[in-house]
Design a protein around this ligand. Structure first.
Ligand SMILES: Cc1ncc(COP(=O)(O)O)c(C=O)c1O
Length: 397
């Protein structure tokens, strides 16, 4: 039996829209991207959604918005030490300095008790990650941010559908960045989106995604209906060629948006199935609690069903890589549970951190893995996965 990590469902609706886009000749950012943005904003309950070409761009652009609101290049952004490496990369790509905070092993998320010590005169924002769809401790994070005048940007790349104390994750900070990569819950194949309630932030995001140009209308008449733009020469010069800020080139295209529109129409079905899989797998994994732990849902939250994380305990008679290898040989696709970016990712070594500074993140980096819970996995797949883990443990004990 095979359990791939991710899947993609391209619906009939999406196929029809893709054909229409191809026939129309307009495949770059246009009316389907705008529709996807509207649908995504209404799903999350935010006023604005700005679609981009990846979740990494979503993180980086949300951060780059801050230059219009008082931040300076080199200022500091607080992030968890443990995340997919894109979180750290995006801070550097946006021209900021990442300041890492260790995580809690039982939630995988930034340890709120360690944040305040890391705040300096140059701190501009906290970017918590809702890792594996588990909401970060947003009340404490927002309270610290408010006291120190900091922005909060949620890295919600893995947290579609997560709820924290009655509020959708992604609506709790100033902005939220989602990935729409194909292993994620809602997908455009490759893609990302930033949500926010602030229209001024969304304007800057639209400028940033297109080279920093001065035109940033929510609905572009040129792109969505080939119409005449009255604003184009209103300032005396073509605003499409006035570049107000250092920008990026990371627009979503119509084909990706068409896939995303179909994916959103299946949202309830996708989330429902993934949650069933996640909860069943979490409950059944309890059988191996002596050797393997996972995260749990508190009564005030709903986890986004991104994937099933597993951490091998200190005194288990096997290591993570032996378990991973066994699962892999038996058709079960796994991923490491990321790494401590500052101390376990060689690319970050120039920042000068030393192994041992982030003990929880490093432990998870050495001993954690995760597997898919996607909508194409059935109860038979779950039975098979549990059987394989049981077989592996029996051989080792
Ligand atoms: C926590 C986190 N942040 C950011 C990203 C970046 O998303 P993308 O791969 O779409 O660039 C990912 C991707 O998986 C992620 O898991």
């Amino acid at each position: 039996m095979e359990l791939p990590f991710g899947t993609i469902s391209i619906t009939q609706d999406s196929r029809r829209l893709i054909d229409q886009a191809l026939d129309s000749g307009r495949v770059s950012n246009g009316k389907y991207v705008r529709q996807f943005e509207e649908d995504f904003a209404s799903l999350t309950g935010t006023k604005e959604a700005v679609a981009l070409s990846s979740g990494t761009d979503a993180d980086a652009l949300a951060l780059a918005v801050l230059y219009d609101f008082g931040a300076e290049r080199g200022d500091e952004i607080i992030i968890p030490a443990l995340s997919f490496v894109a979180t750290g990369n995006s801070v550097l790509q946006a021209g900021f300095t990442p300041v890492f905070v260790d995580v809690e092993r039982n939630t995988l998320n930034i340890d709120p008790a360690l944040i305040e010590n890391k705040i300096t005169q140059r701190t501009r924002a906290i970017m918590p990650v809702h890792l594996m769809g588990k909401p970060a401790e947003m009340d404490t994070i927002n309270e610290i941010a408010k006291r120190h005048g900091l922005f909060v940007i949620e890295d919600a790349a893995e947290a579609h559908g997560a709820v924290y104390k009655g509020r959708n994750v992604g609506t709790i900070g100033d902005m939220a960045a989602y990935s729409l990569y194909l292993a994620h819950i809602i997908t455009t194949i490759e893609g990302g989106v930033v949500t926010t309630d602030r229209e001024d932030f969304a304007d800057v995001l639209r400028s940033l995604r297109c080279h920093g140009r001065a035109c940033k209308c929510k609905v572009c008449v040129v792109n969505t209906s080939s119409g005449y733009c009255k604003k184009r020469f209103a300032q005396g010069r073509d605003i499409r060629f006035i570049f107000e800020r250092i920008g990026y080139s990371c627009k979503m295209n119509e084909i990706e948006a068409a896939v995303g529109i179909g994916s959103l129409r299946m949202y309830d079905r996708i989330i429902g199935k993934r949650r069933h899989n996640l909860i069943t797998m979490t409950e059944r994994l309890a059988e191996f609690d002596e050797y393997i732990t996972t995260i749990h849902e508190e009564e005030y939250e709903t986890m986004g069903p991104h994937a099933l994380p597993m951490i091998v305990r200190e005194d288990a008679p096997f290591c993570r890589d032996e378990l991973t290898d066994y699962l892999d040989k038996n058709g079960i696709d796994t991923r490491d549970l990321f790494a401590s970016m500052p101390t376990q990712c060689p690319g970050f070594s120039f920042l000068g951190h030393k192994l041992g500074e982030f003990p929880q993140a490093e432990y998870i980096g050495d001993n954690g893995l995760h597997i898919g819970v996607h909508q194409n996995l059935s109860d038979d797949h779950i039975d098979y996965f549990i059987d394989m883990v049981a077989k592996f443990i029996r051989r080792r004990t």
